[in-house]
Design a protein. Structure first.
Length: 231
């Protein structure tokens, strides 16, 4: 699509968003824009976007986990191998399946992790979030989960779209998992292995804990927000 065609489409999008907002007596805004989207929408709206967060993505070279490791510095490779060995030694059972089959466990573990990081989180609310995703995404909503006997103690929820695996949620119970690096394995290493199996070339890791993500090979880029200015 040519530059003028893109500009014309964005103008139509802007006008449609304004019409929708007007029907509801409000204004609208666009969160989490990439550099290009922020620039082009800024031109369409005649206003400057604001930087709100940085976003992390891990590039996955080659065809498997060893290729991912090989692209990292030697010290980092050694650390990751140690974290994977500790996880394996824990003897947990790892299974992958539909989110719909473990909504309650996923919501519980997500709430526990949120509270562990100092957030006020209701288990019922997090379970509701997981249930809505399971209903909306169907078989595309799949989790990788670690079990200690019959109890699910950690999980990650990843979606695959295009050439990217999108990490959507991670939960675990630190009191049940101890120091065996369950979080790092469920948040990064197991999703990376799964991404390679799906032919993905990137793992989108999100906006928080950027230092930990950079330490595992992520590069970061800014995200922007743009609000429709008063007219």
């Amino acid at each position: 699509m040519s530059g003028p065609q893109r500009a014309g489409c964005l103008t139509l999008l802007r006008d449609a968003a304004r019409e929708h907002a007007a029907r509801h007596g409000t204004r609208h805004w666009w969160p989490y824009l990439t550099d290009r989207a922020a620039t082009e929408l800024g031109d369409a709206y005649g206003t400057a976007p604001r930087r709100i967060e940085d976003d992390a993505t891990i590039t996955l070279p080659g065809t498997g986990f060893d290729d991912y490791l090989a692209a990292l510095p030697a010290k980092r490779r050694s650390g990751i191998r140690g974290e994977r060995r500790a996880f394996d030694a824990r003897g947990l059972t790892v299974r992958t399946g539909p989110l719909a089959n473990c909504v309650a466990d996923a919501g519980r573990l997500l709430a526990i992790l949120q509270r562990h990081h100092g957030h006020t989180t209701d288990t019922a609310a997090m379970t509701g979030v997981m249930r809505r995703q399971a209903r909306a995404m169907g078989e595309d909503a799949r989790v990788t989960a670690a079990y200690d006997g019959p109890a699910m103690v950690a999980f990650s929820l990843v979606y695959h779209f295009g050439n990217t695996a999108w990490l959507r949620a991670v939960g675990h119970d630190p009191e049940r998992t101890g120091d065996a690096f369950e979080y790092f394995n469920l948040a990064y290493y197991l999703p990376i292995e799964d991404a390679y199996r799906h032919g993905c070339t990137h793992l989108h890791a999100g906006m928080k804990s950027l230092a930990a993500k950079r330490g595992r090979g992520a590069h970061t880029s800014p995200l922007w927000a743009l609000a429709d200015p008063p007219r």
